[in-house]
Design a protein around this ligand. Structure first.
Ligand SMILES: Cc1cc2nc3c(=O)[nH]c(=O)nc-3n(C[C@H](O)[C@H](O)[C@H](O)COP(=O)(O)O)c2cc1C
Length: 366
């Protein structure tokens, strides 16, 4: 199916402007999501083997998740499980509704299998997401895998009020998702990445954890930028214990640009925004390896950045990730990607003589 997608479906999709293609795809998946028989058919077709992982108190049917930003408005919640994903991360959502940056704001560097985006947290706001999630739950179509929500900061909220902005979204969504990711690493909201600074992040985590305590305590993770120095990552790790972080999502998109031979890619790289896909892979793995080493594997890591195959996912897992996520790989490789990664991971495990993924986590870190 991957070759079918690459040879026939992708060229047609890529004829369209990137954001339009994204909307069309989401519309189709939303349509399917409201029809249980279509989701059942998808589930049989994409039949992904069981490769369970237990992380931060949740059971994941397999370790391959949908990364944040693909389904910002929770339009296709059941479809992600039907495509074989072991979990999904919805959002980024902000407290206030906001349009994001003007279009065009997604650009494909096809030769390098990369994307540059400057979406700027376009979303309908936390209250609209709350309604959507409640509707999915009451419809009986809620998926049988963990669902997370990615929390961003509203553009209108000054940086000094960021903690209340994140906490307000968390408060109304708390009961509706299984885990939450505090996104302080998007390059597309002015000043947002300054919130990775220890004192600022401490205030945000304190505000969220105050609302979290005594309510069954949802796992709260922080998503970091690949452009942080190891020292800055270490500062975030210091907070992890103090504020009871469940884990780290590594990484978001990068503001750096790779060397390229391709003229069209060069033009895309001159656009402002975050770069994802193949050129991000190595740096993201480096960050994961550092985090795993520093924490001696005690803090779960969700590895994301440039995963296009089972080998890429295996690289992230053996560098220290307990779970992985894909975004750009899904755009380039198509809907069979989750299944292909899970099948390939099982082959890796049997080749290494291992029985579960836990044993593979951090295997390559000395
Ligand atoms: C168009 C687009 C929108 C994104 N939106 C978000 C977002 O809202 N929140 C977030 O934390 N990450 C967002 N991301 C980053 C992805 O979740 C992921 O961390 C990054 O793309 C690296 O993974 P990849 O190489 O598999 O794409 C977005 C990425 C893209 C391409």
């Amino acid at each position: 199916m991957s070759w079918l997608y690459r040879c026939f479906i992708r060229p047609v999709l890529f004829q369209q402007e990137a954001e339009k293609a994204h909307h069309r795809t989401l519309e189709n998946l939303a349509w399917a999501s409201h029809r249980p028989f279509v989701c059942d058919a998808m589930e049989s077709f994409f039949a992904t083997p069981h490769l369970p992982v237990d992380v931060f108190g949740l059971r994941f049917p397999n370790p391959v998740g949908l990364a944040a930003g693909m389904d910002k408005r929770a339009d296709a919640v059941p479809a992600w499980a039907a495509l074989g994903f072991g979990f999904s991360e919805l959002g980024g959502v902000t407290w206030h509704t906001q349009p994001g940056n003007p279009s065009p704001r997604i650009f494909r560097a096809i030769a390098d299998e990369a994307i540059v985006n400057r979406m700027g947290f376009n979303n309908d706001g936390a209250e609209a997401l709350e309604q959507k999630l409640e509707d999915w739950r009451t419809s009986g179509l809620w998926p049988k895998h963990p669902v997370g929500v990615n929390l961003g900061k509203s553009k209108v909220t000054p940086l000094e009020d960021a903690a209340e902005d994140y906490a307000s979204s968390f408060q109304i969504l708390r009961e509706l998702a299984d885990f939450f990711v505090v996104n302080v690493s998007s390059p597309n909201t002015p000043g947002l990445r300054q919130l990775q600074d220890k004192a600022a992040l401490d205030r945000i985590m304190a505000a969220i954890q105050e609302l979290n305590e005594g309510f069954g305590e949802k796992p709260i993770l922080v998503k970091v930028a690949p452009d942080l120095s190891f020292d800055a990552l270490d500062e975030i790790l210091e907070l992890a214990q103090k504020r009871n972080l469940a884990g780290i999502v590594a990484t978001n998109t990068t503001t750096t640009r790779p060397e390229t031979q391709d003229e069209t890619a060069r033009i895309v790289y001159s656009e402002t925004g975050g770069l994802s896909g193949k050129p991000l892979r190595a740096r993201s793995t480096e960050v994961i390896r550092h985090l795993f080493r520093q924490t001696k594997g005690r803090l779960p890591i969700i590895g994301v950045g440039g995963i296009f195959s089972a080998d890429d996912a295996w690289e992230k897992i053996t560098a220290g990730a307990s779970l992985v996520q894909v975004y750009t790989g899904l755009v380039y490789e198509g809907p069979t990607l989750a299944r292909e990664i899970v099948c390939g991971l099982m082959e890796h495990l049997s080749r290494e003589g291992l029985t579960d993924l836990k044993a593979a986590t951090g295997l390559a870190v000395k």
